[in-house]
Design a protein around this ligand. Sequence first.
Ligand code: NAD
Length: 357
Amino acid sequence: MRKTFQSWDGESVVVSWCEPAEAWVFIARHSTVLGPATGGTRLKTYGSPAEALTDAQRLARGMTYKWAGARICLGGGKGVIAMPPDPGPRQRNQALDHYARVLKSMRGAFRTGADLGTTPEDIRRIRRGSGQVVGMREGHPDDPGPFTAVGVFAGIKAALRHRFGDDSPSGRRVLIQGAGGVGRPLAALLAEAGAEILVSDLSPGAAEAVRETCGGQIVSPERMWDAEIDVYAPCAVGATVNPDTIPSLKCAIVAGSANNQLLADSDADSLLGRGILYAPDFMINAGGAIAFTAVARGERDPDLLNAKVAEIGQSLQEIFEEAASKGETPLKAAMNRAEAFLASGGKAWPASGASVR
Ligand code: NAD
């Protein structure tokens, strides 16, 4: 664990053990330069507590960049509930209630929403126990997934335009890994726009549900890297783009919702070397964050929220062009922008783009 802390540039981590559920809780606050730490809560079974801590720290760093990249004055943080294998519903609720108590004790130092493994019902439970949930309002959609999908859809179109000179998904083959809260609505948007959907999920039922509604084909997780596609859209776990998988990728674009899609920042250089366009994760997957921040500030109109989220496409187009003109990776261009915003304390912004400030 010492190494994990030494190699992390964040501010603090709250650690707690929930005895009845045998679950660890980690709440990592990476940067509060722009505002109070805010980020989703992930519930997952990990190989070890150290692995869960590292995940919380990396995800919190990603949130710092996500807020700064979207010009939203909030800080980067993330909550992780590390469950034992195969938890029952009672154990799960015990862990969620414990987590809510930890959040409450932090008195606003971390505010949260849904992430991988947590359902809207889980988040309602956390809200009841802590009062520290962002964006949810009575009578308003409480699932960020569809908004995130709208942002990823806009980002894929921007990437198609940059790569092929035409942003239409029609006839493009898109492989979606993860048919969950984001992958499902993303598949629907792409299929409606004429894309051919390939879907891969550890859960055969989840993949089948997408195939039933969107057509296309199911690809088993073992055969994923054999698929000849235009776009790989990682919408499940992180680090699927790494030195082992990059040589096998048969696509022109990597653009999806998963956080920390790259194992390391240097993987962006390898993608550039292979001529694969990478849409930086913290920019393309900011739709839920942008929408929920707007909801928290009083916006209610779903069309306006979707339009605000879709501005992610414009921001990414600028990033792709800037990166191409400088001969650098889109990741570097996006990080430079976010870091400039952070360095200015949330005041300066070098160009136009999505904003909810
Ligand atoms: P989810 O839990 O609703 O769905 C994830 C799906 O991926 C599940 O169907 C699961 O079976 C599948 N899956 C898990 N591991 C897999 C693997 N190794 N191979 C194939 N399938 C696998 O999660 P979600 O809300 O859709 O989020 C997906 C990703 O997007 C996560 O990385 C999350 O952090 C990120 N993200 C989500 C949002 C959001 O609004 N929900 C916002 C930003 C980023």
